[in-house]
Design a protein around this ligand. Structure first.
Ligand code: 5GP
Length: 216
């Protein structure tokens, strides 16, 4: 009996799913949930000059480096994008993203609007950008205060910076108001499911359709 190629053999180009938000909108929790529930999704681990917070693990949450190491990475053209946020440098190492995409995996980025713009310039077709908004200004402030991982001065700086970050919401493909975590996860997974089915991402589709036409 002839073995017909099946729908599952269609190759797909990996996509770059970016989540941005002001600090305190729940983006880290959303990212964790998405990674747990989406087996084909990998996190891009950024490099930063910010000191680790308690509980943060080098190589898992960030690659923690000093300014010299960060500058060496810039000089070696090792970043896909990089930016200064709250006075610290953050960047996305190119090589790890390329490896994940080559393995046919989608990559999740927790980066700010500056990084999203830079990725849009180099990989516009593969970028899916989602902006996460807090349900209200009061809730945003409460979340920032109860996070208690940063000093009062840093919290005040982050609240001021939140306005700036929010002003970029309209540059994103999708916007989610994160009032209910489960609902937000469901919505982002729906976005991912639809974006994976975009015709231009299913690069093996033409070959698959040819096999159907043989039969007809
Ligand atoms: P945090 O210090 O709270 O972990 O992150 C501060 C901000 O930096 C967040 O808005 C986060 O999305 C952003 N960020 C983290 N990694 C990167 C990165 O590699 N590139 C850019 N552009 N922003 C990043």
């Amino acid at each position: 009996m002839t073995a017909f190629p099946s729908e599952s053999s269609i190759h797909r180009r990996g996509l770059l799913l970016v989540l941005s938000s002001p600090s305190g909108a729940g983006k880290s929790t959303l990212s964790r949930r998405l990674l747990a529930e989406e087996p084909n999704l990998s996190m891009s681990v950024s490099m930063t000059t910010r000191p680790p917070r308690s509980g943060e693990v080098d190589g898992v949450h960030y690659h923690f480096v000093d300014h010299d190491q960060f500058d060496q990475m810039i000089a070696a053209d090792g970043f896909m994008e990089y930016a200064t946020v709250f006075g610290n440098q953050y960047g996305t190492p190119k090589a790890a993203v390329a490896t994940q995409l080559a393995d046919g995996r989608d990559v999740l980025f927790d980066i700010d609007w500056q990084g999203t713009q830079q990725i849009g310039e180099i990989a516009c077709d593969d970028l899916v950008s989602v902006f996460i908004l807090p349900p209200s200004a009061g809730e945003l402030e409460r979340r920032l205060r109860t996070r208690a991982q940063d000093s009062a001065a840093v919290i005040a700086q982050r609240m001021a910076k939140a306005n700036d970050e929010v002003s970029h919401w309209a540059e994103y493909d999708y916007v989610i108001v994160n009032a209910d975590l489960d609902l937000s996860v469901t919505r982002i997974r729906a976005i991912l499911a639809a974006e994976r089915l975009k015709r231009r991402r299913q690069i093996g589709l033409a070959e698959f359709v040819k096999t159907l036409q043989h039969v007809c």
